[in-house]
Design a protein around this ligand. Sequence first.
Ligand SMILES: [Mg+2]
Length: 457
Amino acid sequence: MQSRKFLDYTLSLAKQGIRKYKVFGATFFQKGCKEDCKKILDIYSEHLYTIYMKERNIIHIDADAFFASVEKSLNPVLRDKPVIVGGDENQRACVHTASYEARMCGVKTGMPIQMAKKLCPEAVCLKGDFRRYRAVSETIKKILYRITPYVEVSSLDDVYIDVTGFKRFFDSIYKVTNYIKSEIYEELKITVSIGAATSKLVARIASARNKPDGITIVPSGMEKEFIAKLPVSELPGIGRVSERLLKGIGIKTIGDITKVSRDLLIQLFGINGKKIWEYANCIDNSPVKAKVISKQISRETSFEEDTDNEEIIIGTIAYLSERIAYKLRENCWVCGSVRLKLLFSDNVNTAHSRVLSEVTDDSGIIFKEIMRIYKKIHFRRICLRLVSVAVGKIERKYRQAILFQNESKKERLNEKIDTVRYKFGFTSVYPANTMPLKTKYRMEKHGYILHAPSLSQ
Ligand SMILES: [Mg+2]
C-alpha cells in the first residue's frame, strides 16, 4: 500500500478511535511493510496521539482507607470509631490501614501499632482478614463490569476503567462517576474517591486530590494545567530520593519539570528520566488492560472411598456446579459449554461435553446440563472414584449497560445470593441437593472440606 494512502486511512481511522487504528496497524505489520509503517507512525504519532487523547475517558476508583472501611461496613459497632488494621494492640505489628478518624489523631501507615495506640487511645485495633478484603474488591470489580468490560485492577482497592463512548448511556462523565459511587456505597457501604481524565496517569492523580469520598474531573485539554501546580511527589514513580534530587536543581512542582529538557532528566535519572518528563507533560497512552478470560474452569474431587451412592454423587455434582457458577459470576463471565468426567473404581474414565443453547452463569442451568450428560454416561454398575465438572467457551458477560429492567428474575436472585455469601460465607446459602454432602464432609464458612483439599476451592 502506498504511504500516502495508508496515512490518510490511518488518520481517518484515528479520528474514529485509536483502537481501530491499532488493529489496522497490526495487520499492516503482518503484511511486511513494517519499516514504512513505523516511519509514518513516528512522524505522525504526536498528531494521532492528540486525537486519541481527546477521545479517551478513563476513570480511576480508589477506595478510602480500604481495609478499615471494610471492617466498619461489616461491623456497625465500629462505624464512628477510629479503626486501625494491622494487628491487635498487644502485637508487635505496624499499621496497615487507619480509618480517617484515626488519621486525624496523627496515625499513619507503617507506624508501630503501639505508637498509634498512644496517639489514638480509643482506636480499635484489628488483625484484618485478607479474604474479606478480596471479596469486597471482587464486588467492586463486578459493579464496574456493569458499566464496561474494560476494567483493570491495579491493586485490591484501586481500579481503572475505560468508559470511552459513555455518552451512549450517560449524559455526562459526572453522572458516570456518581453512579459508580452510589452503587458501591449501596452494596458495600464503603466510600471511594474517583478521578476522571483522558489518561490513566491524570485520572490517578485526580482521584487522590479529593479524598475521602470525592470526585475530581479533569476536562480534556486541562490536564497539564491541572497537574502543573502539584508538588513533584504527586507524580507516580517519584520517591523521596528523586524528590530531593529534583529539589536540588530547583524543581518543586510538576510544572517545573516541563520547563527543563528531557535530556537533562535522562542524565539525572537514566531511563526513568524519560518517563518523568513524559508524565509531567501528561503523555500517557497506556491502555486499560481488561483481565484475560480463562479458557476453562473446572472443579473436581475424588471420594473418600469409591461410591455408588447416587445422593452423594449428585450432591457433589451440584456442589461443584455451584462453585463454578460462583466463580463465573465473580469475574462477570458466562460459559457456553459444560463437561463431565467420571473416573470409575477400575480406573476407567469417561468424559462427555455439551454445547449450551445459550450462555449462562447460573448454577441451576449448569447442573441440569451436567446431569443430562451424567444420565448418558453413567451406566456402568461400578463405583465412582472421582467426578470432575468443567465449563468452557467462556466469554465476558455483556449487559445492556445499566438497563437493569431487562434482567431476569434468576439473575437478580443470583446477585442477591452472591451478596449474602459475601457477607456470611459461601455456605450461608446452598442448594438443597447438596445437603447429602453434610453427612460426609465438614462444612466451613467458605465451603465444604472435600476429600481432595486442593480441589475444594
Ligand atoms: Mg485506597
